[in-house]
Ligand binder design. Structure first.
Ligand SMILES: Cc1cc2nc3c(=O)[nH]c(=O)nc-3n(C[C@H](O)[C@H](O)[C@H](O)COP(=O)(O)OP(=O)(O)OC[C@H]3O[C@@H](n4cnc5c(N)ncnc54)[C@H](O)[C@@H]3O)c2cc1C
Length: 471
């Protein structure tokens, strides 16, 4: 008789993560059910299995079945960057859009303890937080005037509606030292990779956090992260590459440039779609596309991209087409951008060398002069600290300062990012970027680009003019 289908959960309340991982791993050689395999395992047997197979023979994917939920509180935004640089994990963090910071909610780097610049660092962070707190009610007034209370709205509904709008502006003051909480869901393989990066990091905060995460994780996965250590390649290569770069002033060009994309992108994408649902070779599929009239090609693109709802991503075949952008946006915006995991993101070190943005509401609130003063103060502090330690100096850089990055993403990820970040509820920095990226993609690949799910009611130029005095 044909064996019956079985679907059930392995209960993480009764089975430790390492035992679940071994239970799944053993199905590759054992004809037993998962229940029976799990019943024969102990924590000791699971640890021995992982030592032999995962650590010894390098069958590392087994460790992906051991999943941890790690709660991390009061770490700097700078430390969060390294933590969240792992793409194969899930994060939720305190939002600069929906929460406010207390005056002392910033990290004091241990590297600075007793250093002649420690006082200056504290003064700068405190000044930024003081300005942030002074700006909140003033910018709120400006926003409240622009978005008056509706007759059917009570006070708390109205406050909720306008809150993110004024907090969105005031976040430009917050330095990278601002503390936040992050919830992380990660499997043991990805965690080991993250720990190796953290333990190799130049900042003491990141190394200490890595060591604490490792210790905490070992209570749940004693074997799988045991061998995570600092990696000398990760420690030395950044210095080596920094020295190789010519010592010249950085050029500041256009803030968003599409610098490379696949030639014949549209032909490749559509040929890949035919390939997937036929038995043709890729060359045959491509010739089939080449033989079509422009109207037929448009009709095919319409089939592929025209009928999607907002919960359905386009076919995976759209991933065969990629785009590389060089972008520069305020650090607050960059911190949101970096949360998109399905792309290759190469950020430059955080510094003040690329200047800072000024939201228009700052001027409307009568804060322009004091905003420029405190940004200049932060810039000077950064530069003084950077001559001693550029990594530590980055803690004082406010969200207003620009960050430059290279992004490589495929059409499918661009679709998702543009839909999410051009939406009216997205931050204006990201809306501006999403609109501009869509414009670039439409210019390079008009056939596919016309279907991008961009919010149609504004352009990046309008966003720039409306929200930025200087972008
Ligand atoms: C309105 C709004 C409010 C937000 N508020 C907060 C907040 O308060 N705090 C906060 O931390 N973040 C917040 N974010 C960021 C948000 O949680 C995402 O991290 C960010 O938008 C990246 O998008 P994404 O997760 O859809 O996917 P991306 O990382 O861009 O990945 C693309 C797609 O791949 C798939 N995918 C990628 N990784 C996984 C995975 N591990 N498991 C399953 N599917 C996956 C999903 O389909 C995803 O949509 C907010 C975003 C928005 C739009």
């Amino acid at each position: 008789m044909c064996p019956e289908r079985q679907v059930y959960l392995l209960d993480p309340q009764s089975l430790p993560p390492e035992t679940i991982a071994v239970t799944f791993a053993k199905t590759s050689r054992s004809p037993q059910s998962f229940r029976d395999i799990a019943a024969e395992l102990t924590e000791e047997k699971s640890a021995a299995f992982h030592e032999k197979w995962v650590v010894g023979y390098g069958h590392a994917s087994v460790a992906e079945h051991a999943v941890l939920h790690i709660a991390i509180e009061n770490i700097s935004r700078l430390a969060i960057e390294t933590l969240e640089s792992c793409r194969l994990a899930s994060y939720t963090e305190k939002s600069t859009r929906y929460q406010k910071w207390g005056p002392e909610d910033f990290y004091r780097p241990t590297e600075l303890a007793g250093h002649p610049l420690e006082k200056r660092y504290l003064e700068t962070c405190r000044a930024l937080f003081t300005h942030y707190h002074q700006a909140l009610p003033k910018v709120r007034e400006v926003i409240a005037e622009q978005f008056p209370r509706c007759p059917d709205e009570d006070e708390s509904m109205w406050e909720r509606r306008i809150r993110s709008k004024y907090v969105d502006v005031c976040r430009f003051y917050l330095p990278a030292a601002a503390l936040a909480n992050v919830g992380v869901t990660i499997n043991a393989r990805a965690l080991e990779h993250t720990l190796r990066k953290m333990l190799s990091h130049p900042l003491e905060e990141v190394r200490a956090l890595g060591a604490e995460m490792k210790a905490v994780a070992r209570a749940s996965v004693p074997t799988l992260v045991k061998y995570a250590e600092a990696v000398s390649y990760l420690q030395t290569l950044p210095h080596l590459l920094a020295q190789e770069a010519p010592a010249i002033s950085p050029e500041i060009g256009d803030w968003c440039r599409l610098i490379a994309w696949d030639c014949n992108a549209e032909e490749i994408a559509l040929a890949a779609c035919l390939f997937r649902y036929s038995h043709l070779s890729f060359d045959q599929a491509r010739r089939a596309i080449q033989g079509r009239s422009p109207e037929q090609i448009t009709a095919l693109a319409q089939h592929v991209l025209g009928g999607l709802d907002r919960f359905t991503p386009p076919l995976r075949e759209l991933e065969h087409v990629g785009f590389t952008f060089e972008v520069m946006l305020d650090q607050g915006g960059y911190l949101e951008l970096k949360r998109h995991r399905m792309m290759t993101l190469s950020p430059q070190p955080l510094s003040t060398y690329l200047g800072y943005a000024i939201p228009r509401a700052i001027e409307a609130a009568g804060l322009l002069e004091s905003y420029e003063d405190v940004m200049t103060f932060a810039d000077q502090t950064y530069r003084e600290l950077a001559t001693w330690n550029p990594e530590v100096a980055a803690y004082v850089v406010p969200n207003a300062f620009h960050r430059r990055a290279l992004i490589r993403l495929n059409f499918r990820q661009a679709w998702h990012l543009i839909a999410l970040r051009s939406a009216p509820n997205a931050h204006f920095s990201l809306r501006r970027l999403a609109q501009r990226m869509a414009e670039c993609i439409r210019g390079a690949t008009p056939l596919l680009g016309q279907f991008l799910p961009i919010y149609p009611e504004e352009t990046w130029q309008q966003i720039e003019t409306h929200f930025f005095l200087r972008a």
